[in-house]
Ligand binder design. Structure first.
Ligand SMILES: CC(C)(COP(=O)(O)OP(=O)(O)OC[C@H]1O[C@@H](n2cnc3c(N)ncnc32)[C@H](O)[C@@H]1OP(=O)(O)O)[C@@H](O)C(=O)NCCC(=O)NCCS
Length: 224
């Protein structure tokens, strides 16, 4: 086989070598494109993880599907399929703040007990975005070992799709698995109907929490 001189390679005077060089260039460009694409995907994944609350979320009432437009991308999935996962407390702060403490500083959405090793943080995600959350903290009630439900919140755009009930059932199962037979919470009066539907009972007179309005204490037996 003939060997091309450097000047032939440069000018493309040797067709065989010019064609081989072109193939090498195409492969290098394809490989560079692949690396850039992988890097872009990694960066998007990191960014999606950092965005824990997406105000663009909306549900199409007719289909019960969630759509959101992070980065202009349009994705959709059935609301009932939002997977429930364990979460880091920091993942929940934005949604807690937006739903439960919108007029207070963001730190008001960080709770004492968030970092206790016994605390269970759960969330439901739609395309990685946290759309519902609940935390369960080992705090006794009426002298009994118990878990307190705190920070129960569902993004307004997917309320009524069953995600809150699924979160509660999941947490209840995890608490029961720890041998605990009492769940309790300070329930907003506006949410009492929701808790009742999940089998909870009102066990106190109404009382007021200055920053959050009227509440009652409610309890339930955790079920696996
Ligand atoms: C309360 C809340 C968490 C419920 O979450 P959700 O995801 O909408 O609840 P679900 O879709 O799983 O609802 C389950 C059932 O409860 C009903 N329900 C939901 N919220 C209700 C409410 N506030 N009052 C009465 N019923 C309610 C639903 O209609 C549904 O009924 P169904 O089983 O007959 O269909 C949500 O409305 C929310 O974030 N509210 C604002 C914050 C808040 O009050 N948190 C509780 C603090 S104590």
């Amino acid at each position: 086989m003939a060997t091309a001189s450097p000047s032939e390679l440069k000018t493309g005077a040797n067709p065989e070598h010019a064609s081989r060089q072109a193939m090498t260039n195409v492969t290098a460009v394809a490989s560079l494109r692949m690396r850039l694409w992988n890097r872009a995907q990694e960066m998007m994944a990191v960014e999606l993880t950092l965005i824990s609350y997406d105000p663009n979320l909306t549900v199409e009432p007719s289909s019960g599907r969630i759509r959101h437009g992070v980065y202009g991308a349009s994705m959709s999935l059935p609301a009932s399929s939002c997977p429930i996962t364990h979460a880091r407390p920091e993942d929940l702060v934005a949604l807690r703040h937006a739903v439960l403490r919108p007029t207070l500083p963001i730190d008001s959405a960080r709770f004492p007990g968030d970092l206790e090793p016994t605390t269970i943080h759960l969330c439901a995600r739609a395309d990685s975005v946290v759309v519902a959350c609940a935390s369960f903290m080992a705090i006794p009630f009426a002298g009994r070992d118990a878990y307190q439900l705190r920070g129960m919140a569902t993004d307004p755009s997917i309320r009524g799709t069953g995600v809150g009930a699924r979160l509660l059932a999941h947490g209840s199962g995890l608490v029961a698995a720890r041998g605990i037979d009492l769940l309790w919470c300070n329930a907003r009066c506006s949410a009492v109907g929701f808790y009742r539907k999940q089998g909870w009972t009102v066990v106190s007179p109404e009382f007021d929490i200055p920053t959050a309005g009227p509440h009652v204490k409610m309890t339930a037996e955790p079920r696996r």
